[in-house]
Design a binder for this molecule. Structure first.
Ligand code: C2E
Ligand code: MG
Ligand code: MG
Length: 252
């Protein structure tokens, strides 16, 4: 026991209580970050990123509150809100006459485990009157390590609805080649950690090149996240990456 421990647990308790109320209090909102095609420079989609602005704590980073929301069992409800809000925004853009842009929503492993995910997606699409091709779900490798059969079944159901699936943070988790072959996903999203030194670290460059080739050989699209510099962009363009996302082009 120490005073510091006490302070930490009080802080966490405070955060927990506030997070439980955040949805009701309308403290969540979404920011969108564009995904740019390297074929023609057009914006082909946006990723919806969840933000929490607490009255007392101010802005809390997703990496701080999303794991907590998962732990508290709140991510299902929050995730459903994200899905509906993002779908509504996409529909709104379409009504404004903007060219069709797919909106990507991050889905956590917890949401995958709940039976309601497919239902939530169906609900979001019908609420927003959004056509399913305009919705993409970003899943991570941790979504698929447990209960693989159930996950594959869910992904097939989602594909049946017409939404597309991307594998986020690719290269950092536990994907096997067998898994990639089994999973009907559309896009591999190369993790930021490989991109940051791609122009100056030979190992990272080799890994990125391998992922791009792997994706294309499996008939999948490939996108790089966290692109911050012209050098990185140049490398990715030269090696046939399909899309980029990052601060170089636009912050969320
Ligand atoms: P992610 O899905 O991999 O999202 C990419 C993160 O990288 C975002 O951080 C984004 O703001 C940041 N980013 C984008 N471009 C750059 C860049 O050029 N350089 C750098 N250094 N960073 C860049 P953010 O918004 O803090 O989100 C962190 C993570 O929180 C996300 O990682 C995702 O795993 C999770 N997350 C965000 N929104 C949601 C959500 O609605 N549901 C769930 N389950 N998770 C979410
Ligand atoms: Mg993502
Ligand atoms: Mg990512």
């Amino acid at each position: 026991y120490s005073a510091e421990m006490n302070e930490k647990s009080m802080m966490r308790l405070g955060l927990e209580n506030r997070l439980r109320m955040a949805l009701q209090n309308n403290e969540f909102y979404l920011e969108y970050q564009p995904k740019q095609s390297l074929m023609d420079g057009s914006i082909v989609g946006v990723e919806a990123l969840l933000r929490w602005q607490d009255k007392e704590l101010g802005r809390v980073a997703p990496d701080d509150f999303i794991p907590l929301a998962e732990e508290l069992g709140l991510i299902g409800e929050i995730g459903a809100w994200v899905m509906t809000s993002a779908a509504r925004q996409a529909r709104e853009w379409a009504l404004q006459g903007l060219p069709p842009m797919q909106v990507s929503v991050n889905v956590s492993a917890q949401q995958f485990k709940r039976r309601e995910l497919v239902q939530d997606v169906r609900w979001a699409l019908s609420c927003a009157e959004l056509s399913a091709e305009l919705l993409d779900l970003e899943i991570t490798e941790t979504c698929v390590i447990e209960d693989l059969d159930k996950v594959i079944e869910s992904i097939h159901q989602l594909r049946g609805l017409g939404v597309s699936i991307s594998m986020d943070d690719f290269g950092t988790g536990y994907s096997s080649f067998a898994l990639l072959q089994k999973l009907p996903i559309h896009t591999l999203k190369i993790d930021r950690s490989f991109i940051s030194n791609v122009h100056c670290n030979a190992d990272d460059a080799e890994i990125v090149r391998a992922i791009i080739n792997l994706a294309h050989n499996l008939d999948k699209a490939v996108i790089a996240e966290g692109v911050e510099t012209e050098d990185q962009l140049e490398f990715l363009r030269e090696h046939g990456c399909d899309q980029v996302q990052g601060y170089l082009f636009s912050r969320p």
